[in-house]
Write a protein that binds this ligand. Structure first.
Ligand code: HMG
Ligand code: MG
Length: 301
């Protein structure tokens, strides 16, 4: 299969990127990050999550964040919602698109959302029915698709079955998450080929954490399988609090640099993402996790 000519980047920095940060990040700082990302040409920004503040304290201000961001007409600002309570809170905050998040690993499902895979699917089904009544689109995540911090290897068939269930209940796109970044390119491509047997590839997305430095190689392998949507996080921020060792998501800057080099259009301006990444890294008091941003910064100064 030939490479896609256009790729859609899903920016998960304000949510996946920040959710694991221990230090307080103010609503104003989150809003500034989202507004900066909005000016870069991105079409999709995951701006927060409506989860229990006891489980993920950093996302507690998401309603305020959604109320304060400057929304551009052509950008989707989405939020994670694990259950009906989260969905209702999201709608009240003016959220127009949500994402549910399941897992291919039973243990991870328990640790992350405190229920079994099958119970989570029942919750999501009810949520999707309500979302359809509100005209709200729902994206679906499957976590631990290439390995689980508690169970190790995960069978591709298990990923396929959870992805299929989410697709059948109405998720318009399924993002397959390598939560702990253990995947390698052939395994990633084979997984997408398996899941892509019954779900159109245009409705699949790749979500790669870069823990083992494999994320760009995995994305390249998925591009060759015809996958054209990838999640990434500005400055390579990120990690899931319930997956030890899940370091940053692949950096948006690095994905963009690779796609630009491959001649694949994204509509996103690299310099704007680099600037947004350097700003949030300064807020966090550490160096950006993007190698492209580091190289750009070193050569520009
Ligand atoms: P639970 O304790 O089983 O919930 O948690 P419950 O229904 O029994 O309710 C207990 C309490 O939580 C009650 O409050 C509820 O009101 C409250 P209390 O009466 O004790 O004061 N509660 C809520 N509060 C706010 N928003 C809600 C909500 N629901 C209940 N939506 C629950 C179940 C799902 C809520 C919890 O486990 C949770 O919040 N988990 C979220 C974990 C999370 O956000 N993980 C990170 C995101 S996933 C990820 O990063 C992976 C991904 O990036 C892809 C990849 O990398 O693979 C997407
Ligand atoms: Mg993630």
């Amino acid at each position: 299969m030939s490479f896609p000519s256009h790729v859609r980047l899903v920016e998960v920095g304000p949510r996946d990127g920040l959710q694991n940060e221990k230090q307080p990040i103010s609503v104003a700082q989150k809003v500034a990050l989202i507004n900066a990302l909005s000016a870069s040409g991105l079409s999709y920004i995951e701006a927060g999550s409506f989860v229990s503040p006891k489980w993920v304290p950093q996302m507690a201000g998401s309603a305020e964040v959604f109320q304060k961001i400057q929304r551009a007409e052509d950008i989707t600002y989405a939020a994670l919602t694990p259950n009906m309570q989260g969905f209702e809170a999201a709608i009240a905050a003016g959220v127009k698109e949500v994402a549910v998040f399941g897992a291919a690993s039973e243990s991870f499902s328990q640790k992350n959302i405190n229920c079994s895979i099958s119970d989570s699917l029942k919750r999501f089904e009810a949520l999707l029915e309500t979302a359809q009544q509100h005209g709200v689109r729902v994206r679906g995540y499957v976590s631990c698709v290439l390995g689980c911090p508690y169970e190790g290897e995960i069978a591709p068939e298990q990923v396929r079955s959870v992805a299929q269930a989410l697709y059948d209940m109405g998720c318009y796109e399924i993002s397959l998450g390598d939560t702990i970044g253990v995947g390698t390119p052939h395994k990633a491509a084979a997984l997408f080929a398996t899941v892509g047997r019954d779900i159109p590839r245009s409705q699949l997305a790749g979500h790669f954490h870069d823990t083992y430095g494999q994320a760009l190689a995995n994305i390249y392998a998925c591009l060759s399988e015809g996958i054209a949507v990838f999640d990434s996080s500005v400055a390579g921020l990120g990690g899931c609090p319930y997956a030890k060792g899940a370091s940053g998501n692949v950096a948006t800057e690095d994905v963009l640099y690779m796609l630009n080099g491959l001649g694949i259009d994204t509509g996103v301006k690299l310099e704007k993402i680099i600037a947004a990444g350097l700003n949030i890294s300064a807020v966090l008091g550490r160096e950006t996790g993007s190698r492209v941003a580091r190289a750009w910064h070193a050569s520009a100064h």
